[in-house]
Design a protein around this ligand. Structure first.
Ligand SMILES: Nc1nc2c(ncn2[C@@H]2O[C@H](COP(=O)(O)OP(=O)(O)OP(=O)(O)O)[C@@H](O)[C@H]2O)c(=O)[nH]1
Length: 578
């Protein structure tokens, strides 16, 4: 790492800022231009989303991890150190946004000149506003044919109460007017408050694991300084560490923003495909969660799938990205079970409360869903959703929200033909596929974001899936009473499609308690692997029989029914793709 002489940067020459925006409005492209302008990277045609380092980010073209870069900029005879943190835009990663903000005094709020304000523009603005950060609105993509920056200025005035004079209009792609963004950062964002003489106090806002160098922590310094060889103590664990290397020193900062509480929106069972891989997977999960602390981890043991974990994610995309990173960066393959949200149950008797040591329990594994006779009420997590859409789609969107048991809270026109809708949603109705449905019925024009809104009472039931009367543990789910039939029927149909025929008939049933609510049947069939072997080639016959025996090892027995593991995965996958 480069050694920086910090004495060149009195605190008043330092700025810490983030770029926040709705997805695809151009944060990473603007970051590229800022890096080029300040000479941090060379100006070439190849600079595309330089801060998106992860393979998954490049493949999907999105930012998943917030990345930090320090820029040096000379202006009016002074040299400035500008610490830039690029942030992800997708709803699932807003936790990263809040963490980035805790290390900043200001933000660039990027808005696409054609699309205008979208749901995450609103959500991100309020995160910065609540944290009392300076907000510089930047209207990007003014080069587009359909760009209408004046309209966007008006929206910004109406929704955020920021005067249009404060908006900077740029094209990050072409580099137009980007220099004035840097100058605004210096002029409008305050420098951090400094107490360099005090003992070291720092906040770790991100960390990664490097195979050769160990843990690399990104820190925001509130007091003092740190250098190579220093011994530092974690205030949380009281453990002592030695500093081997120091990179660019982030300056002393004023804590401006309380970290958002972690919330597990989506819980997934995860097991190694092969149990002998458990230890490798364990170390991969540990390293990856070090880099993404919004994932929560509980150990778990499943009769069917062996030792594994229950992981908490912020949403389906977050889960998929984590899974893809496990595969790409650690070469690990896993089985995932039906995702669920953290339901709660209020227990009915003091005896039970003593047994569980709590009156209100969180149900992380649906198999442990307490029976109705034991509870006063069940609770489900709810969120306040913001949808911004052209008004022509309002009707369809309202129908979709109603079908998802949502309750409308507010509706406001943000200009002549764009509407902002607020709905209270049960979280389980949106975690899996709501966003995709919303996008497809609005031809991609509606945007969506949500924030935590606590819990509400709900009529929940546990639904079992049975094969010839035996429960399939991987497929136990908690559903709303009114949805049990539809969900049960869909799972039975999909399981029927992915189960091979066997020597006897298989009854696939969905049941709530002792009541069967859906049923499918797989007819009996004998698979004769030797059928194609006319003649007497004995080695060929042996090979086929061996292959059949190996195939059987990958089967899981539910009662007398043999289920290939990938049949579960197919059912789960279609469930989340639906
Ligand atoms: N025409 C035009 N396109 C732009 C401009 N800025 C960015 N883009 C394009 O818009 C798309 C999204 O840009 P990104 O910089 O990846 O957007 P982002 O906001 O960082 O997206 P996430 O990282 O996924 O949140 C890319 O195809 C860019 O090339 C611009 O000023 N003009």
């Amino acid at each position: 790492m480069e050694k920086i002489d910090m004495s060149r940067f009195p605190v008043e020459n330092i700025r810490n800022f983030s770029i926040i925006a709705h997805v695809d409005h151009g944060k990473s492209t603007l970051a590229d231009r800022l890096l080029e302008l300040t000479g941090t990277i060379d100006k070439t045609k190849n600079n595309k989303q330089v801060l998106d380092k992860l393979q998954v980010e490049r493949e999907r073209g999105i930012t998943v991890k917030a990345q930090t870069a320090s820029l040096f900029y000379n202006w009016e005879g002074k040299q400035y150190l500008l610490n830039l943190i690029d942030t992800p835009g997708h709803v699932d990663f807003s936790y990263e946004v809040s963490r980035s903000l805790s290390a900043c005094q200001g933000v660039l709020l990027v808005v696409d000149a054609n699309e205008g304000i979208q749901a995450q523009t609103v959500a991100n603005f309020f995160l910065a506003f609540e944290a009392q950060l300076s907000v510089i609105p930047v209207i990007n993509k003014i080069d587009l044919k359909n760009a209408d920056p004046e309209r966007v200025e008006k929206q910004i005035e109406k929704v955020f109460d920021i005067s249009s004079d404060e908006c900077i209009k740029i094209s990050a792609k072409l580099g137009t007017n980007v220099e004035s963004v840097l100058q605004a950062v210096i002029k409008r964002i305050p420098s951090p408050k400094a107490h360099q003489k005090n003992p070291l106090r720092a906040l770790v806002f991100d960390s990664t694991f490097d195979q050769y160098r160990g843990v690399i922590a990104n820190v925001a310094l509130f007091d003092g300084a740190v250098s190579k060889g220093d011994k530092i103590v974690s205030a949380h664990t009281q453990k002592t560490y030695e500093v081997n290397e120091v990179g660019v020193l982030n300056p002393n900062e004023q804590p401006t923003h309380k970290l958002h509480l972690k919330k597990e929106d989506l819980i997934e069972g995860m097991y190694p495909v092969d149990q002998s891989e458990y230890n490798n997977l364990k170390s991969a999960v540990e390293k990856l969660t070090l880099n993404d602390s919004s994932v929560t981890v509980h150990r778990d043991n499943s009769l069917a799938l062996g030792a594994g974990w229950r992981l908490g994610f912020l949403g389906l995309l977050h889960m998929e990205v984590f899974n893809q990173r496990l595969e790409q960066e650690y070469n690990a393959s896993v089985i995932l079970t039906t995702p669920t949200v953290p339901y709660k149950a209020v227990l009915s008797s003091t005896k039970l409360i003593k047994e569980y040591r709590e009156k209100e329990i969180i149900i992380i594994n649906p198999a442990q869903f307490p029976d109705k006779s034991k509870v006063v009420e069940y609770l489900e997590p709810v969120v306040l959703g913001t949808i911004i859409t052209p008004d022509e789609y309002i009707g369809k969107i309202m129908m979709l929200c109603q079908a998802r048991r949502a309750v409308q809270k507010n509706m406001m026109f943000i200009d002549q033909n764009r509407v902002m809708l607020k709905y209270l949603f049960p979280l389980n109705e949106i975690v899996v596929d709501f966003y995709d449905s919303l996008k497809s019925l609005s031809s991609g024009y509606a945007s969506f974001d949500y924030e935590d809104a606590g819990y509400q009472t709900a009529e929940l039931v546990k639904m079992d899936i049975l094969l010839n009367g035996n429960i399939v543990e991987e497929l136990v789910t908690v559903v709303h009473k009114d949805k049990a039939h539809t969900v049960g029927k869909a799972i039975c149909e999909r399981l029927k499609d992915s189960l091979p025929r066997q020597l006897f008939e298989i009854a696939i049933q969905a049941a709530v308690g002792s009541k069967i609510i859906a049923r499918e049947t797989v007819k009996a069939y004998r698979k004769n692997v030797l059928a194609k072997c006319y003649g007497g080639d004995i080695t060929r016959k042996m090979k086929l029989l061996k292959r059949q025996a190996e195939g059987k090892k990958k089967l899981r027995k539910v009662g007398n029914v043999e289920v290939p593991k990938d049949a579960f995965i197919k059912v789960l996958r279609t469930q989340s793709d639906k």
